[in-house]
Design a protein around this ligand. Structure first.
Ligand code: GLN
Length: 492
């Protein structure tokens, strides 16, 4: 075989060209997933369960896919990182996963995550923290941390995550890969174990923008099982742009100032200069309500989670802890007390309070009004700009344990990603150099259903950034070429 593929797109091409067998790739990834030391997986398929001959003819040619634990997969543990769903095996598969398998992806693994996708560090998983492959003393970001770590480490070509307030983009940034949060409604939520239904979206975590486009192209579409899903208005092609000529970028003061660490800011400023070099104009702009996004999000998301998680009652799914006095009520409370972790309990309590009679208008109603204002800010900005640029995360990966005792510090990790989630608009994080030797992300944001143009712009930036991208030298079934340290992450 000539040079081993570095991305999913290249792997598909190599299989098509007869230079690589899907089986060979599967076995290498399966072995790497089995030997994983990052705690990125909650389940790994058997070596024998790989792609069959026919898969090679399908669009994804049988290449392996890892999916976040909270996607329901028929007969396979789908635990959402929670003890309350330990070994829960659903009777059906989530629509997006089904679509990807139908397109010829092979399900290799389920990935570790923060419990019910609540978290920014992957330390809230009942199955243990995930380690950042760039520095094992640090977090990979969350809540799709297992997916991000697995892709960054080269264990799988690509993976599926979900993003409610930043859970695809922030771990992508902290692990030095690409993460796309699609427009709300672009992908079906059917079979995704719900956190906050008005915000949750599935999306790709990949090693290149082209891979994100390729995976996303098979995820979109209206699903009769999800009434909030819509047909995507156009086909998603592989991005090809190398320039940004004539495009207008806005840089919002509110998301690029205070709180952004020096190294992240320097990397961001370098990419602003690059955007201009590629032929686009860049102007500062305002999103006046964006600083209130976190406060609104931390009312809306807990409110929705308190309702969604009411179904985990010890009767229908997963764990049951019997009562001692024989009462149903005690069985409920003992089950939930043992089944949920601290962060989930905190959010259920916050959400229940925010929705309670007498407080509903003051908290939830108010937060919804702020949400509308945030969406209006973006709408106004997109009258002047094609895209908005921000850092993805105010800091690079932090040390394990650094924020676990301070929920508010943890919540600040999502400062730059939550506004887009509230507005339902698409945003992509691409690698953007390093701060203190750790990867940093650049977030590009567009209006609803602008993914084809967003991916194109991100592709041009990715090409221009290639020499600044921080990849890693780790044993890998796929191959990373030169990174900024001059190392090649290939298993020869
Ligand atoms: N970190 C945010 C939270 O804890 C976002 C999580 C997510 O996007 N799933 O809610």
């Amino acid at each position: 075989m000539s040079a081993p593929p570095r991305t999913a797109t290249e792997a598909v091409e190599a299989i098509r060209a007869g230079q690589l067998s899907a089986r060979e790739l599967w076995l290498a990834c399966q072995a790497a997933a089995t030997d994983d030391e990052l705690n990125a997986f909650t389940w790994v398929a058997d070596a024998d369960d790989g792609p069959n001959e026919e898969a090679a003819a399908l669009p994804f040619a049988g290449i392996p896919l890892a999916v976040k634990d909270l996607f329901c997969t028929e007969g396979i543990p789908s635990q959402a990182g929670s003890r309350i769903l330990r070994d829960y095996r659903p009777p059906y598969t989530a629509t997006v996963v089904r679509q990807l398998l139908d397109a010829g992806a092979s399900l290799l693994a389920k990935t570790n995550q923060d419990e019910f996708a609540m978290g920014s560090s992957n330390e809230n998983s009942a199955y243990g923290a995930v380690l950042n492959p760039h520095d094992r003393g640090r977090v990979p970001g969350g809540s799709s941390g297992g997916s991000a770590a697995a892709v960054a480490a080269g264990i799988v070509p690509w993976a599926l995550g979900t993003d409610t307030g930043g859970s695809i983009r922030q771990p992508a940034a902290l692990c030095g890969i690409v993460g796309l949060k699609p427009t709300y409604g672009a992908c079906s939520r059917y079979g995704m174990i719900a956190f906050a239904s008005s915000l949750d979206q599935a999306g790709p975590l990949t090693r290149s923008v082209a891979d994100a486009a390729l995976l996303f192209s098979k995820m979109v579409g209206r699903d009769p099982c999800d009434s909030t899903s819509l047909a995507f208005p156009e086909a998603i092609e592989l991005p090809r742009s190398e320039r940004l000529d004539g495009l207008r970028f806005g840089v919002p003061d509110e998301l690029t100032g205070e709180g952004v660490e020096t190294g992240v800011r320097a990397a961001f400023e370098a990419s602003v200069a690059l955007v201009e070099q590629l032929g686009a104009s860049v102007e500062r702009c305002q999103l006046p309500h964006a600083p209130h996004a976190l406060a609104a999000y931390y009312l809306i998301a807990p409110a929705e989670c308190s309702s969604n998680l009411a179904r985990f009652d010890g009767v229908r799914y997963g764990l049951r802890v019997d009562s001692q006095d024989g009462s149903l009520e005690e069985m409920y409370s003992r089950t939930r007390a043992e089944g949920f972790g601290a962060e989930v309990k905190r959010r259920v309590m916050l959400g229940t309070y925010a929705l309670s009679s007498g407080y509903y208008d003051a908290y939830y109603g108010r937060a919804q009004r702020v949400r509308t204002k945030i969406a209006e800010d973006f709408r106004a900005a997109f009258e002047r700009f094609d895209f908005i640029l921000t850092p993805t995360s105010p800091t690079a990966a932090f040390e394990l344990g650094a924020r676990t005792s301070d929920p508010l510090a943890m919540y600040l990790s999502d400062f730059c990603t939550v506004p887009m989630s509230l507005a339902g608009i698409p945003a992509i994080s691409i690698p953007n150099g390093a701060s203190g030797g750790l990867p940093v992300g650049l977030q590009v944001v567009g209006p609803a259903f602008s993914e084809p143009r967003l991916l194109d712009a991100a592709h041009a930036l990715e090409l221009a950034h290639a020499d600044r991208v921080k990849t890693i030298a780790l044993p890998s079934p796929l191959r990373f070429e030169g990174n900024e340290n001059g190392a090649a992450g290939a298993r020869e």
